[in-house]
Design a protein around this ligand. Structure first.
Ligand SMILES: [Fe+2]
Ligand SMILES: [Fe+2]
Length: 201
């Protein structure tokens, strides 16, 4: 049967968001385990709690419309999660490279959520569903804050990751041929990369 009301479209969007948030909750747990940066880890843990609250708000939004909460498969969030999984399997990144990659993965998730909440919010407002709109806005505000945090912290986290990678390189170089020059570090890194590439083939 053709969907013929924007009321049904809002219901669909709420279900899509509910599905996405449930998958994000699991993905966040994994990301927290993969994060060494103390400040980022703490913020991710906080956002995990916020995400549990997002799920509750979405369930309340369904109820405010007199509906039973029902998740609807969200292919977009599955795609972002799959992209991260493929990166881990195909590139076999070191923990520091993975932590750097996760900044981008996290930002992709937050921006997807922001777009989805903004469009659902516009729909709720157009339908004068005030309670639904308030619940969606509460979630949206926390997604925006999280995206800003990731953007604001990226330079520092990347700098620290690069310093840790350099330190690792100099350690392996000094235990290898005893040379610690910049050239030796570079050689050590490219050797390590080609070795890991070879082993993943
Ligand atoms: Fe969320
Ligand atoms: Fe989020």
């Amino acid at each position: 049967m053709a969907m013929d009301t924007t009321q049904d479209l809002l219901k669909h969007d709420l279900g899509d968001l509910l599905y996405a948030e449930k998958h994000i909750l699991k993905a966040l747990k994994k990301m927290i385990r993969q994060t060494k940066d103390a400040e980022m880890k703490e913020r991710l843990q906080e956002h995990h709690g916020e995400t549990e609250h997002h799920i509750e708000n979405l369930e309340k939004a369904f109820e405010a419309m007199g509906l039973k909460p029902k998740a609807q498969k969200c292919a977009a969030i599955l795609g972002i999660i799959e992209e991260k999984k493929e990166f881990e399997e195909e590139e076999n990144p070191t923990p520091m490279v993975l932590e750097s990659f996760n900044l981008g993965a996290g930002l992709r998730v937050e921006n997807y959520e922001i777009a989805a909440y903004k469009s659902a919010l516009a729909l709720a407002k157009s339908l004068a569903q005030r309670e639904v709109a308030d619940l969606l806005k509460a979630n949206l505000d926390q997604e925006v804050a999280m995206a800003r945090f990731i953007e604001g912290s990226s330079a520092r986290v990347l700098r620290d990751a690069q310093a840790a990678i350099r330190e690792e390189d100099s350690k392996s170089t000094s235990t290898g041929n005893g040379r610690k020059s910049a050239g030796a570090k570079k050689t050590g890194k490219s050797t390590k990369k080609s070795a890991s590439k070879a082993s993943s083939k």
